[in-house]
Design a protein around this ligand. Structure first.
Ligand SMILES: *Cc1c(COP(=O)(O)O)cnc(C)c1O
Length: 365
């Protein structure tokens, strides 16, 4: 018998995450220069990162022979000042993906279940299955979370509910009132993970104060990331905010040095650059209008999005995607999410959006 066959069934049943195609890979495949490629596939910040973050990252390279601060003191201080929470409510992660896995490791085991929505972030089932727990996928309502149905799906063995707001890949958004009502109804012994990876892109009318809810709901964990609006996807930093007892358990199962010194330094500096964040949101809002107007003009259906990406329906997505790739434009097919007729495009800079629109027009012709 092979050694691989000895891995637990629940591990062997996992289908791997399908990332966006890297620029380097398409350049190799097509034998075209990397600089000619537009990648709008992974919801990255087209502006890059804050200059303050860049300087801090470069500065941190000077002491790379040292282990990072395993407690992330400086970043936690900066986050607690900014969010008005105590440092012992924070868990730092190697991306917020890591935070989601820490939730699974701390709260789930074989015999437990976790509830999430259909079309929600692909990492939820991955994290749940990797620890041998069962995922309960709840049918979506107009491509978004159906909170009533999710509530009804909670069983006695359910330990965690995952909610992405805005959701990826559909961009759907749940208002604060609805979320708060949901929290009051969830059993107190079920952890609600509110994944706010795109929260910095919300417009003022959409904003809600999930941090203030933490005092009332000790079973709430809010997760956020530096990968999207802060433009640090390659460095891998995210964080969870929760009740100190929840954070403590997650910190126990965390790798001691899960966030690198360069990432810690850059993230701490990035938090101080409000102007960069505001500019990122502005560019996104304009780019969203630019792309959705073009989709309308092309007669395509799309799902209104509160994030930095939009998902639109093309029918034969494999053919359209191949035609886009031939023109050096990378978007994200989401057949793996059960949406084989749709593609997701991240909002880029105006000229990148134009390249995408022109390539899509050509692909549809
Ligand atoms: C991108 C994303 C994340 C996190 O990515 P990290 O780079 O691991 O921080 C988390 N949740 C959702 C819904 C996302 O789209």
């Amino acid at each position: 018998m092979s050694v691989a066959s000895q891995a637990p069934d629940y591990i062997r049943a996992i289908s791997p995450y399908q990332p966006g195609k890297p620029i380097t890979e398409l350049a190799r495949e097509m034998a075209i220069p990397e600089a000619s490629i537009v990648k709008l596939a992974s919801n990255e910040n087209p502006l890059g990162m804050s200059p303050l973050a860049r300087d801090a990252a470069l500065g941190a390279l000077g002491s790379i022979e040292r282990y990072p601060d395993g407690n992330g003191f400086a970043l936690k201080q900066a986050l607690s000042a900014r969010l008005g929470v105590k440092a012992d409510q924070l868990v730092l992660g190697n991306g917020s993906n890591d935070v989601l896995e820490l939730v699974a490791r701390a709260f789930l085991a074989p015999g437990h279940s976790a509830v999430f929505s259909r079309y929600a972030f692909a990492v939820y089932p991955l994290a749940v299955n990797a620890v041998g727990a069962r995922g309960i996928e709840v049918p979506a309502r107009r491509y978004g979370h159906d909170l009533d149905a999710m509530l009804a799906a909670i069983r006695t063995d359910t330990r965690v509910v995952f909610i992405a707001n805005p959701n990826n890949p559909t961009g759907t958004f749940i208002g604060g009132d609805e979320l708060e009502a949901f929290l009051t109804r969830v059993p107190a012994d079920v952890l609600v993970v509110l994944d706010e990876a795109y929260t910095e892109y919300l417009n003022p009318a959409q904003r809600y104060d999930s941090i203030a809810w933490l005092a009332r709901f000790p079973n709430l964990l809010v997760s956020r990331t530096f990968s999207k609006a802060y433009g640090l996807a390659g460095l891998r930093v995210g964080y969870g905010i929760a009740h100190p007892e929840v954070a403590d358990l997650m910190n126990r199962v965390r790798q001691p040095f899960n966030v690198s010194s360069v990432a810690l330094a850059a993230a701490t500096a990035a938090l101080g650059d409000e102007e960069f964040l505001a500019q990122s949101a502005r560019i996104n809002e304009r780019g969203m209008a630019q792309i959705t107007e073009a989709l309308a003009e092309l007669g395509l259906e799309w799902i209104p999005s509160a994030g930095n990406f939009v998902t639109f329906k093309v029918g034969d997505s494999a053919t359209i995607n191949a035609a886009l790739l031939r023109q050096g434009v990378i978007v994200r097919p989401i057949g793996g999410y059960g949406m084989p007729e749709w593609l997701r495009v991240s909002i880029g800079l105006p000229e990148e959006n134009n390249r995408f629109i022109a390539a899509l027009r050509q692909a549809l012709a």
